[in-house]
Design a binder for this molecule. Structure first.
Ligand code: UDP
Length: 328
């Protein structure tokens, strides 16, 4: 019998790549998406159920129809800057919606849950190597809302037997090597797609947000992880739960940090084009350094990142960027 997995946010950047990986692993991904930030064109690998996560009746209907073996929960607002301007929007959209989803999953007896969390739950911890045991001290509402959902999953685990694998992502980048899906947000706020826009003239320039951080070149350092590697870890997390193993938290990064200026230099090398740059102010809510010091996903889940080089991530993003898909 087909194993259905309910993928919230399956029409989004990471969710659509997860659907592709799930299908390749023999599951049927059922996308649940409101299309507030998702793309209809990105739903290619399984059935679609349009709906809002705050709509409990609709969720109950979808759980009853597909009887999923697990939930993969990607749907969320995820912009640090926006979360600083409008925290209420983040607490409502992320926390209340997730509560409704978790309650619906428990009521339907669907007790395996894979959750998309973030290194933004750690905040700005000077010189600390981040791993699963690091104290979470978010400095923006995005990180705060994700930490709250992690707490919720633990409480529902203790009381209702929900088992969860929580993945704390570092900076997800790149795109499907076959360019069936890729990164596309509107408005776009992420470094690599904005830089590719500046390279091919869709935007006049890339603004560097702050050059006075306490880092070697003054710009923020991030740990970039390829979206295809990231979603492979999710399939392993799902199998972990299916094998009856306990709830776990895993950081997903490559353990290597790159400054904004290093990402720009790498993009020049990959595309063989210039990147027009403007020097701008710091963006509120940005931590100076976010790099994973964890190998737990590798040692425990058997995760083997295959596209861990920054140049590969940029090359895959560039291929997608230049494909006609981007215009849709
Ligand atoms: N960044 C930048 N200019 C931009 C967009 C991002 O300098 O137009 C910087 C940002 O301040 C951060 C890094 O690039 O240090 C990655 O930002 P992004 O929004 O891609 O991901 P985040 O770290 O917020 O998840």
């Amino acid at each position: 019998m087909a194993k259905h997995v309910l993928v919230t946010g399956g029409a989004g950047y990471i969710g659509s790549h997860a659907c592709k990986a799930l299908r390749a692993a023999g599951y049927v991904p059922v996308t649940y998406d409101s299309f507030v930030t998702g793309w209809r064109d990105a739903v290619k690998f399984g059935p679609l159920e349009e709906g809002d996560l705050a709509d409990r009746a609709r969720l109950d209907e979808v759980f009853a129809r597909w009887q999923p073996v697990a939930v993969m929960h990607f749907a969320a607002l995820s912009l640090v800057g926006e979360s600083m301007k409008d925290p209420g929007k983040y607490w409502r959209a992320n926390v209340l919606s997730s509560l409704t989803l978790i309650e619906a999953a428990v009521a339907a007896g669907c007790l395996d849950f894979v959750f998309s969390s973030t290194c933004a739950t750690y905040g700005d911890q000077d010189g600390v190597v981040l791993d699963e045991t690091t104290r979470q001290m978010p400095i923006n509402a995005y990180g705060g809302s994700k930490r709250a959902i992690e707490d919720m999953l633990r409480d529902f685990g203790n009381s209702h037997g929900l088992r969860s694998v929580i993945f704390r992502y570092f900076n997800v980048a790149g795109g499907d090597p076959e360019a069936e899906v890729g990164e596309f947000h509107r408005p776009e706020t992420h470094l690599i797609p904005l830089m590719l826009d500046a390279i091919d003239g869709r935007r006049p320039a890339l603004t560097v947000f702050g050059s006075d951080y306490a880092t070697p070149d003054g710009t923020c350092i991030r740990d970039y992880v390829h979206v295809s590697d990231l979603v492979d870890a999710h399939v392993l997390g799902l199998k972990w739960l299916e094998a009856g193993k306990p709830s776990e938290v895993f950081c997903l990064g490559t353990g290597k940090g790159f400054s904004v200026r290093e990402v720009i230099a790498q993009s020049r090398a990959v595309t063989n084009r210039d990147v027009p740059i403007l020097e701008g102010e710091r963006r509120p809510g940005d931590a100076a350094v976010l790099v994973s010091g964890s190998t737990k996903a590798v040692s425990t889940l058997g995760w083997t990142p295959k596209r861990a080089e920054l140049a590969t991530m940029i090359a895959d993003a560039w291929r997608w960027h230049q494909s006609g898909h981007y215009e849709k």
